[in-house]
Design a protein around this ligand. Structure first.
Ligand code: NOJ
Length: 786
């Protein structure tokens, strides 16, 4: 007997040793955490925890596994499972979440089955990709980020949450917070661009908007920070491709927006499709357990991406579904979206003692916490009278229009007859309106259009005709996205000849050319659109080019010859009114690029917050091939400039802004003191430096300016970006008005991931810029002493 007991103890000890890495530590952080702190989660609530405990005690192992299974009921975005027995599975408690349900009736139908037929009456959590609006469609996320206006992003997300929740959706797979430096990658449209600080602020705004003041409110939906992590660095910009990211870059660039989203209370996170340094993100213990759980103490759901657990077989780290399930689950993933391998194998893996039940309990806790926090146990059903099937309320249209107006980035505005072409004046009586995007309501909704309706979208043609009357608009489509006949192009040229000016609405078809599985190797205008542009320009009529795209396009001819170019992204349902008001100056462009705009594909990846090299090109003229060794042996191309077409944060205005020299509250900081303060939360952290600048609108129209603060560190133990955004503010100024803008910086503005792999502040030389974009401004020096 005694021997048997001893033998059992020994077996248990060996088992624990083997499985220990799979079990995350609840209370003992293994690292400093981002900026040394666990995230502030709304789920960490003792009242929720005791309900979770009580329920968990009643659950069988099979019921526990059921909570970790998610299926898409509806059109799958990838290879589906072929299953249709959702009702039966839900009744048996085999499913924790459904998504892609077509409407509120379907949501309630399955919820009734879950609550009334399953043994423990555990409600489902119903998800959907509500990405930039549910029915009220706002600009695509890249456009929303280009507003540099977290407040409008939050308002848009709030409206999306109200509409989606009225349709029974309580979980959105948004925001996408992937940093992206490669516009070939189609999904660059879904994020906030290349900067981790801006990305974090925008991510926080989405979370606040979706989750509202309390997740339990019936109009709140759980946010999901995705795709964790590194997806935006897909090699070659080819979707789903492998990524190699050093821990330094991961910590300083790719992880911060995730931290921000979860620190704002984001309830869920989705793992990415890509492999990260050889380990698929779906089964990556470093990111899913060490960082997410042990450092950040994240208590919410970590769901896989669509079918990604089974894809571990294709990745080459599992030869069968069972091993795929084992690898993903033991790395720290909670829920399997669609691939059904958790459903098929988790139970067996526990029975075979490859996975401890304690690990299952952790994952189930994560799911139940979110369900309790959403109030699903008390209010599982959606009131079917809540959804608005009529006209959209004016308040929603106003936010959609304001968001669109702020998202536009004026790239070029050259004089024609000694006056800048934009804004147009009342002298412009007739406009030739040309291009595949001038009158395509569906395209205005962009990719991932939620449950938007083309009928809600107002096109440029409709809005312009309202302003100028039917005779003022000479419309000629000029062909489609990919094809045009000579007749169509000639008709467009004729329309331009008969009008005062030509407005061309050109760009990408949103669904096939942007977003998931839509990487491009060529970033020019598709089809014959460039030819159309050049032929219309050859009429000599002034041309305004409006670009609709999910990424920067490389258009060297247009940027050299077309007098006015504005990037409109895909503006949403209020596209037409927002564009017309902007063209006519009732709204002044104030959007700024959230990514560096390349001149040519060969420059990619190109981003402003890069490291310097040992051979910087400095002031060397790169516009011609090198003629001597001084010009040659520097970091450059022999056939292209190093600089982008337009730098990060660039954007013109109809106003004209002047900046004074920034004034700093001190010219010395102490590394020791700053490092000691690092463990205070950024929002509560004390101010260690204020930077003030006077900004004056010396133009003739009231306008908004996005004032930006950058910091560059030199002399640190690891090379840091030449310049990195640390703060920004939108200011509205009347003509002639000056405003003193003061930024208060916390110690975190100077933190680095150092050569010893930890967050710290080091003695170094600092340069501080306050400027209208990432390429302008004179730096002011500051020293961080030991
Ligand atoms: C795959 C996409 O990568 C992800 O972003 C999305 O949320 C899921 N499909 C669900 O539709």
């Amino acid at each position: 007997m005694y021997h048997r007991l001893l033998w059992h103890c020994l077996l248990l000890a060996i088992l624990l040793l083997v499985i220990e890495p799979a079990v995350r530590s609840q209370n003992a952080p293994t690292g400093p955490g981002f900026h040394g702190l666990p995230v502030r989660s709304k789920l960490a609530d003792p009242a929720i925890e005791s309900k979770v405990d009580a329920l968990l005690k009643q659950m069988t192992l099979a019921e526990k596994v059921g909570q970790l299974v998610q299926y898409s009921v509806g059109t799958p975005a990838g290879p589906g499972t072929g299953r249709e027995d959702y009702g039966e599975m839900v009744a048996k408690g085999e499913v924790g979440s459904l998504y892609n349900l077509p409407d509120v009736a379907a949501a309630n139908h399955y919820q009734h089955i879950a609550v009334e037929k399953s043994r423990l009456h555990i409600p489902l959590i119903n998800g959907l990709d509500v990405i930039h609006g549910y029915r009220t469609e706002f600009p695509v996320p890249l456009g929303l980020a280009s507003t540099w206006d977290p407040d409008i992003v939050q308002r848009a997300a709030r409206i999306a949450a109200q509409e989606a929740s009225a349709a029974g959706v309580r979980w959105t797979f948004s925001p996408m917070v992937d940093i992206a430096r490669d516009p070939r990658w189609g999904r660059i449209i879904e994020g906030a661009g290349e900067d981790p600080y801006l990305g974090g602020e925008i991510a926080r705004a989405y979370v606040r908007g979706y989750q509202g003041t309390n997740l339990a409110n019936s109009d709140s939906i759980a946010a999901c920070a995705k795709h964790y992590v590194g997806y935006g660095a897909a090699e070659g910009g080819r979707d789903y491709n492998t990524t190699e990211i050093s821990e330094h870059t991961l910590r300083e660039v790719y992880l911060p927006p995730f931290y921000a989203a979860l620190d704002e209370g984001g309830a869920t996170v989705m793992s990415a499709f890509n492999a990260l340094n050889g380990v698929p993100a779906t089964a990556n213990p470093f990111t899913l357990t060490e960082v997410l759980r042990n450092e950040w103490h994240f208590p919410g759901i970590a769901v896989s991406d669509f079918g990604a657990v089974r894809e571990l077989i294709a990745h080459g780290i599992a030869n069968d579904g069972e091993t795929a399930a084992y690898r993903a689950f033991s790395a720290g993933l909670d829920m399997d979206m669609e691939s059904s391998v958790f459903h098929e194998y988790l139970l067996k893996l526990v029975e075979d003692r490859k996975i401890p039940e304690a690990r299952i309990d952790q994952a189930v806790r994560d799911v139940l916490r979110v369900k309790f926090a959403l109030g699903l146990f008390d209010n599982p059903y959606t009131d079917e009278t809540r959804e608005n099937h009529g006209a959209l309320p004016q308040a929603s249209l106003d936010v959609a229009r304001a968001a669109a107006e702020r998202s536009f980035v004026l790239l070029r505005n050259e004089p024609v007859n000694s006056r800048r072409l934009l804004p147009l004046t009342s002298e412009t009586q007739t406009v030739a309106l040309i291009g595949p995007l001038a009158d395509d309501p569906g395209a205005m909704l962009g990719s991932w259009g939620g449950r938007s309706r083309p009928g809600d979208a107002v096109t440029l043609k409709t809005a312009l005709t309202q302003r100028l009357g039917p005779h003022g608009v000479k419309y000629a489509q000029g062909g489609d996205f990919l094809a045009a006949t000579d007749e169509q192009i000639n008709a467009a040229v004729e329309a331009a000849r008969s009008a005062d000016i030509a407005i061309l609405a050109l760009g990408e078809e949103p669904n096939s050319m942007t977003a998931e599985a839509a990487s491009r190797a060529h970033l020019d205008l598709p089809g014959r659109q460039e030819e159309l542009l050049e032929k219309v320009s050859a009429t000599g009529k002034p041309v305004v080019l409006l670009l609709f795209s999910g990424r920067p396009l490389t258009l060297p001819w247009a940027f050299a010859h077309v007098p006015a170019v504005m990037e409109a992204w895909f503006p949403g349902i209020q596209a037409g009114p927002a564009l017309v008001r902007t063209l006519y100056g009732e709204s002044v462009p104030s959007g700024r690029l959230v990514l560096s705009w390349p001149r040519s594909v060969g420059q990619i990846p190109i981003y402003y917050n890069a490291l310097d090299t040992g051979r910087p090109a400095g002031n060397i003229d790169l516009s011609h091939p090198p003629t001597n060794s001084e010009e040659k042996y520097v970091s450059r191309y022999i056939d292209e400039l190093n600089s982008p077409q337009f730098p990060f944060a660039y954007g013109l205005s109809y106003g004209d802004f002047h900046y004074s020299v920034p004034e700093l509250s001190t010219n010395k900081l102490s590394a020791k003191e700053l490092a000691a303060d690092l463990h205070t939360r950024p929002a509560d952290a004390k101010t260690v430096l204020t930077v003030s600048v006077n900004v004056t609108n010396s133009g003739k129209v009231p306008a908004e300016e996005v004032v930006q603060l950058y910091v560059g560190l030199r002399g640190t133990s690891v090379a840091e970006p030449v310049r990195a955004l640390k703060a920004f503010r939108r200011v509205a100024l009347a003509p002639g008005q000056s405003d003193r803008v003061t930024f208060s910086l916390p110690p975190q503005a100077f933190v680095i991931w150092d050569v010893h792999n930890s967050y710290t502040v080091e003695p170094c030389q600092v340069r501080v810029w306050v400027s209208p974009d990432s390429a302008q401004g004179q730096p002011v020096p500051l020293e961080i002493t030991p």
